[in-house]
Design a protein around this ligand. Structure first.
Ligand code: UD1
Length: 364
């Protein structure tokens, strides 16, 4: 029996570990310990996803909570170290690019425990993004790099990572999407929010580059003011965005936009339904660029770069940056283009977690 610790901490991690934990169990040869760092702790940012996705309760919750980058990363490391010493796993598996990812990878490697990184090799080439630093560092200390799209393989090769460490396995987040599509379809979220299919836009924003600066956020709101004249906008608000909008005194301006709704963060199934039926999505998330590609829904990414270029070359994604004029230009183009064609990226077929489980089962 191979013993692995599967680490999760923040909202986008949960949809990535769900299929992994299930596929590991199916092999009958891998014992999985789920460690939740507690980086995200609000019911709507965490527990709701365990419920929606049927992920077993974490075996261990480190309950670190929020903090500065250094404070949060250090606290995760301090609390994770005794867990690894006590559990003595063969592998620690980390996913994505959040602070929990690098913190736990670093602890494991220093204790001589092998590290696997799921979603390795993605690069935005923008080192002002905390996630880019987390990705670079995690990849550089991982023993096994499990890659979701071809650019990841190229990036790792260019950085000199040995080929035998790198496996192109596909996208575990898309495994979760495919598995839950029918269940999401039964969601009543459109009725509850009184929305008509293809007549509304969905927005998510939480990146520091967009929501920590009043000028940038103001420019994005200018674009929303124009779009909201033509269609409803649903903007389920990340806690840090809600706090910043209040602190910057932009709350009244936001509330004055007729047809813009700002519910609390939604669960996985409701949000998937909301995206699937929308006319377009405006976001700065990484995962949503991938999900809209599979759903065939146009996606405007309010950033200057993406670490997921396959969503542009094959999918429905386009980069606009945060300037109102470029968001509105892309919005106009999407409207006039009508139905958007997208190809399914290679190996985004719902089987990525099975491939990863086979790799580990062979090591058992
Ligand atoms: C983190 C990840 C980001 C990911 C995002 C998804 C890092 C560096 N960033 O950003 O890559 O895209 O999660 O959501 O790891 N807060 C709450 N309740 C919570 C969690 C956070 O109120 O359950 C608030 C706190 O004020 C906290 C702030 O949100 O200080 C930021 O949380 P944090 O985990 O530091 O980063 P995110 O912005 O969520």
């Amino acid at each position: 029996m191979l013993k692995v610790i599967c680490v999760c901490g923040a909202r986008p991690n949960f949809m990535k570990i769900a299929p992994l934990v299930a596929a590991f169990k199916k092999t009958g040869r891998i014992q999985t310990v789920i460690v939740h760092t507690g980086q995200h702790y609000d019911e709507r940012m965490s527990q709701l996803f365990f419920k929606d996705l049927g992920i077993p309760e974490p075996d261990i919750n480190l309950e670190v909570g929020s903090g500065t980058h250094a404070g949060q990363t250090a606290e995760i490391m301090r609390r994770f170290e005794p867990v690894v010493i006590e559990q003595r796993p063969d592998w620690v598996i980390v996913v994505g690019d959040v602070n929990s990812t690098i913190a736990c990878a670093l602890v494991a490697v220093k204790l001589g425990v092998k590290v696997a990184h799921v979603e390795a090799g993605l690069r935005s080439f923008d080192r002002t993004m905390p996630e880019e630093i987390n990705r670079l560092l995690t990849d550089s200390i991982s023993d096994l790099l499990l890659v979701s799209e071809p650019s990841g393989v190229e990036n790792l090769r260019r950085e000199g990572v040995a080929d035998e460490k790198v496996h192109f396995v596909g996208n575990v987040m898309i495994d979760t999407l495919m598995k839950n599509r029918a269940r999401a379809d039964a969601s009543r979220i459109l009725e509850e929010m009184k929305l008509s299919p293809k007549r509304y836009a969905v927005v998510t924003l939480h990146r520091p580059s967009n929501v920590d600066d009043a000028g940038t956020l103001g420019s994005i709101l200018t674009a929303f003011e124009t779009i909201a004249r033509e269609m409803a906008i649903v903007f389920p608000m990340h806690p840090r965005t809600r706090k910043n909008i209040a602190a910057m005194g932009l709350g009244e301006r936001l509330e004055a936009i007729g047809g813009l709704h700002t519910p609390e963060p939604l669960g996985y199934l409701d949000f998937l339904k909301l995206m699937a039926e929308s006319a377009l999505v405006l976001t700065d998330s990484g995962g949503i660029q991938e999900e809209t590609t599979i759903l065939g829904v146009p996606c405007l990414t309010l950033r200057e770069n993406t670490e997921r270029p396959v969503t542009i070359s094959e999918g429905t994604n386009r980069l606009t940056g945060p300037q109102a004029a470029s968001i509105l230009q892309a919005y106009a183009e999407v409207k006039s283009a009508g139905l958007q064609k997208s190809r399914r990226p290679e190996l985004w077929d719902g089987q990525a977690a099975e491939r990863i489980a086979s790799i580990f089962a062979a090591l058992a």
